[in-house]
Design a protein around this ligand. Sequence first.
Ligand code: NCD
Ligand code: ZN
Length: 350
Amino acid sequence: MTDSLTITRPDDWHLHLRDGDMLRAVLPETARHFGRAIIMPNLVPPVVTGDQAAAYRDRILAALPQGMSFAPLMTLYLTEDTDPEDVAAAHASGLVTAVKLYPAGATTNSASGVTNFDKVRPVLEKMAEIGLPLCTHGEVTDPDIDIFDREAVFIDRVLDPIRRATPGLRVVMEHITTANAADYVRSQGTVDGGDLGATITTHHLIINRNAILVGGIKPHYYCLPVAKREEHRLALRAAATSGDKRFFLGTDSAPHTDANKLSACGCAGCFTATNTMALLAHVFEEDGALDHLEGFASKHGPAFYRLPENKATLTLVKSDAPVHIPQSIATPDGPVTVFDPGFPVHWTVA
Ligand code: NCD
Ligand code: ZN
């Protein structure tokens, strides 16, 4: 039995840190384990320009407790008014690592997102030219499309046409939740050095839609894209644990206070920063793939983003007794519930 595993320090390729008090409360949960993270720009107002990204990066670094090392990788929120030259300058200076596409209205704070994809063509073309990746929230927002079908329809109606029209555009399909998305990634391009990758969250490897709806409604399991059927969860598990370099970790850890989750119109998001690495060790061990955990969490992401791997390491240990994971973390805005996997966890970060 493996009871200790040392891997290259992981990165989180999709993270929500928020701002102000919430930022200060949640940042240590990530910085404790992860060397870097792609920082989502869906603040209110969103992080649209290079100047806004620089200011947000400075606020994140100011919130980092002394003695912790963590590098925020900034993103710009793509709007129909985004200036291609501002994006190019932010990339050239090393400030931004990606641009984020939210279809307008798809998720939390996405009102400024894109409705008319023709309007962002000049930005996408500039990004293809300079090699700056586009991170996509892959759901259509058409009210006629069932929420459980929105990812698959996005691939056909939006993503594939954009990629065909913009050769060389590097794309990360973020927080994929369907076999359709995993199949699309595998059907396009090459295993190594291709232009298409996908992130998978910790929670989508663990829950299917029953977790949200069976035996009473469970708002803490509600996130977007919403968890799908069991067959999709199994397809995500297979992709994540396969060792295929096109799939890597993006937790989409998305803190909301309990008051905002446990409401008649509750917010979408699972907060997994605290226990993600322990849960991933459990998942990969369960699938007989502990040897692929390092690739998924620490190597495939840097390879896609053409960044060096972290030099530090992280050690996970397994104990006979289940480990204690806090039920929530305290913030000045109120408690934020930590994702409960629904099974005892024996792994912990040393
Ligand atoms: C995210 C959030 O709360 O900002 N919520 C979520 O359910 N994942 C937004 C997002 O990434 O969709
Ligand atoms: Zn997200």
